[in-house]
Write a protein that binds this ligand. Structure first.
Ligand SMILES: [Mg+2]
Length: 232
């Protein structure tokens, strides 16, 4: 039985020490002259398209101006992340069990690796590389630059998985692994199973209220995660 596993990045695979926030702040200031109220902004589970329009809209940057320059942001944020990490100003580390799980998913002929993340495509890859996850293994990705609404992303990843593998993943053929209420909602919107971890933005009560199918402290028990992936 073949499964498409859609991995979230921040709070699920990696802890980023505010690297993304710092890189986003620098990129927004470089392009728009302001990053709005980014210091107190809550990113958890939101997409970067949502984040950018919300942050800049709140300080009066016109939507047309944001749209005109939006495409420049992904590469710029990724460069910022790479610079912060290589200069050791920030550390991105893999969360417990995440690297071995990623290896196991890659090694299994019954799993296809997907990514559904609020990050831009470029910054997603930069964060993954910094955490030790080879982004080349991602067969089907959907990224936060593609919609302000996270719920729009899993269907894109499912379609891309079909285009890459010829397999039609439906219902619980798809398993989302994430750390926020928004991961739960986006997964359930396509009938996927959603496994959540407490290494990220949202706490047990929030994930429980959202209806997460499984709530784990972290991914360290790979056997338990894999069993959950393969149990409908
Ligand atoms: Mg996350």
């Amino acid at each position: 039985m073949s499964k498409l596993v859609l991995l979230d990045i921040d709070g699920t695979l990696i802890a980023s020490d505010g690297t993304g926030r710092a890189a986003m702040e620098a990129a927004l200031i470089e392009i728009f002259g302001t990053a709005g109220d980014i210091a107190t902004y809550r990113f958890g589970g939101r997409t970067d398209r949502d984040n950018v329009f919300t942050l800049l809209g709140a300080v009066g940057v016109p939507e047309e101006q944001i749209e005109a320059h939006f495409v420049r942001l992904g590469p710029l944020v990724a460069q910022g992340i790479e610079r912060l990490v290589s200069s050791k100003q920030k550390i991105i580390r893999a969360l417990p069990g995440a690297l071995t799980l990623y290896d196991a998913l890659h090694a299994s002929s019954d799993t296809t690796i997907g990514v559904v993340t609020g990050n831009f495509r470029e910054s997603a890859a930069a964060k993954m590389r910094a955490g030790g996850f080879d982004p080349v293994r991602v067969v089907a990705g959907a990224y936060g630059s593609e919609s302000a609404d996270r719920n729009q992303l899993p269907p894109l990843a499912v379609q891309r998985a079909f285009e890459a593998t010829g397999l039609r993943f439906r219902g619980t053929d798809v398993v989302v692994i994430g750390d926020t209420v928004r991961d739960v909602r986006a997964g359930h919107a396509i009938g996927a199973k959603v496994i959540t971890v407490l290494t990220g933005a949202d706490d047990y009560d929030a994930l429980c209220d959202a209806g997460a199918d499984l709530i784990l402290d972290d991914l360290s028990d790979n056997g338990q995660v894999l069993e959950a992936i393969f149990t409908d």
